[in-house]
Design a protein around this ligand. Structure first.
Ligand code: UD1
Length: 421
């Protein structure tokens, strides 16, 4: 298995190009199931999760040409509507094929994703929304069997909790439904906005894009013709490199970003003492003289993203004073705490709240990645730790960070990927 070896303490500087957003690309790929003919996608990140989603579509019978950041997907050849456990168990976001498969074919089977490292993550809200639209859903043999023999009908869906994936599945299902669907308490994440804009660009009328109430006029089964869709920049990858600038006290310029998606992240780093120069698609971080402690509560967009919680915890570990970090979205998203403590951090957990006490230095050690964002927190810590840090189980990182070592090497980090003999 691959692992990363980092020699900490190297000064970093330069430019980091930010890739397309994994979390925007996944629903966009799923949405191609709604299409009549080829769809071209550009600016895809070159990460494992994207390849997994493309494999899933190809197992269903789609024709796919994929070259690193571009793909042409033709779903007219789909001849199976069963998303198998072997793929869904690798990546929970596979559940995003449920809405579009059901809307187009009137039936499908999707494996239940099961638990995941950061918590229970149920899909009850996805299912309730589709049932409200007339689907009959049964849970048999580890699979969700969904059918809607007469097609789905528009409905008023009120989410009692904001769900990104649930909103995306419902929007895709609503696009081909009979009549109008209203989603109340919809997620407003930029990735949801990209999906809505893609579907609207195919002629589906959607009101309220980017707000918490969406109204989608379905096409009564008519398939969609999508123009080429360019994936938006990855705000979590961008946020991770901003945290790398902050923790290593480096000036870094990120290119190909959308600064308007980075509000909560920039705001917290400013509170910690960093400063920024923001241009249309670039952002430069200047390091803090002394990193100040912070108080973070994870929330839905435009609040502070849970996907940045672990990276900020690494930065906070060397701030001058005690930081408090409260995780409100996922109950078990603190597995990086014990690994950061192995590197010399002083973090205390009580329930969903972490108290991050100040330490002067972190020290290299062998640690284990537990999930995607937790792994990046360990990389951040390794970049400033004295000595050598070895990070194992980096397949988590490969799921979501495009060319991490390459981008870090280019700005001066001492990082190598090695293989166990
Ligand atoms: C997406 C992101 C993930 C991010 C998360 C929150 C993708 C591929 N993944 O995940 O990186 O951390 O949003 O911003 O885009 N919930 C239920 N029932 C449901 C659905 C969700 O109780 O049917 C709960 C979840 O357990 C969680 C909360 O709602 O506590 C938010 O989850 P959700 O927004 O659905 O996250 P994902 O779409 O899975």
């Amino acid at each position: 298995m691959d692992y990363l070896e980092i020699q900490g303490g190297k000064p970093l500087s330069g430019k980091v190009p930010i890739s397309g957003s994994k979390n925007a690309a996944l629903p966009v790929i799923a949405a191609t199931i709604l299409s009549d003919g080829e769809v071209k996608l550009t600016n895809l990140p070159d990460v494992v999760d994207i390849r997994t989603m493309l494999t899933l579509l190809s197992q269903l019978g789609s024709n796919i040409e994929h070259q690193t950041t571009n793909a042409t997907i033709n779903t007219t050849t789909i001849n199976s509507t069963k998303a198998l456990y072997e793929i869904v168990s690798k990546m929970r976001a596979s559940i995003l094929v449920l809405g579009p498969l059901l809307a187009r074919f009137g039936e499908c089977e999707v494996s239940l994703p099961g638990g995941c490292a950061i918590g229970q993550r149920p899909i009850d809200l996805h299912i309730k929304a589709l049932e409200k639209m007339g689907a009959i859903i049964e849970n048999k043999g580890g699979y969700i069997h969904a059918s809607a023999p007469n097609g789905l009908s528009g409905a008023k869906i009120v989410f009692d909790q904001i769900t990104v994936g649930g909103t995306e599945n419902t929007v895709m299902a609503a696009a081909l439904a009979h009549g109008t669907t209203t989603i109340v308490n919809a997620a407003k994440e930029p990735e949801v906005v990209q999906l809505c804009e893609m579907i609207a660009s195919a002629g589906v009328k959607i009101k309220g894009i980017g707000t918490s109430e969406l109204e989608i006029e379905g096409t009564s089964g008519r398939l969609l013709v999508f123009p080429t869709t360019k994936i938006i920049p990855d705000r979590i990858e961008a946020g991770t490199y901003l945290c790398i600038g902050a923790i290593t006290h480096s000036t870094l310029t990120l290119t190909d970003v959308n600064p308007s998606h980075l509000g909560a992240i920039v705001d917290k780093l400013e509170t910690m003492g960093c400063s920024f120069e923001i241009e249309e698609s670039n952002i430069t971080i200047y390091p803090a003289k002394t990193l100040q402690p912070i108080h973070i509560v994870t929330l839905e967009y435009p609040g502070f993203p849970t996907d940045m919680q672990a990276q900020f915890m690494a930065v906070a570990s060397i701030a001058k004073g005690e930081s408090i970090i409260e995780e409100r979205l996922f109950e078990n998203r603190f597995m990086h705490v014990s690994e950061l403590n192995r590197l010399g951090a002083d973090i205390w957990l009580k329930g969903n709240i972490a108290a991050v006490k100040s330490v002067e230095n972190l020290y290299g050690a062998e640690v284990m990645a537990t999930d995607l964002r937790a792994s990046s927190a360990l990389v951040l810590a390794g970049l400033i730790a004295q000595g050598t840090t070895i990070i194992r189980r980096i397949y988590h990182l490969d799921r979501g960070y495009d060319n991490l070592e390459g981008k870090l090497l280019a700005i001066g980090a001492d990082i190598v990927r090695k293989k166990d003999r």
